[in-house]
Ligand binder design. Sequence first.
Ligand code: SME
Length: 149
Amino acid sequence: MSHSDVLKAVEGAVTSSGDARAMMDAVVEILKTRVPQYTWVGIYLLEGDELVLGPYRGKPSPHTRIPLGRGICGAAATEKATIIVDDVNADPRYLACSIETKSEIVVPIMRGNDVLGEIDIDSDREAAFTGADRELLERVAAMIATTID
Ligand code: SME
């Protein structure tokens, strides 16, 4: 499925889901099922100075609470910018979730200058994430930001 079709499906979920939790659950479901190279898809929400795992699809992660200073997730929230890692095993910040993971993208969910959370996606393929993934996921993050507190 093309990224613009994925975006349309996400748009539908964001506008029709009853509450924020159901909306985020629908969004991770769409991303996981419609983009084959997205092996693990999750949303973390910022609570104080920790990122707390919300809805996700894929194997359970040991990293359900990530302090802001840790991991690629912590780095993206601190830098307030998307991070793409082509080879997670070559990145000292990486917190391993699955032995099969080769690459990762983390996209902050921002409102103005505040980080509300982030979209975290792992792939079993090396260098799976391109500029097109970044564009798709930054648009998804902006949609999520409009519907959560
Ligand atoms: N790899 C992330 C941790 C979360 S798991 O991938 C689900 C990181 O380095 O922050």
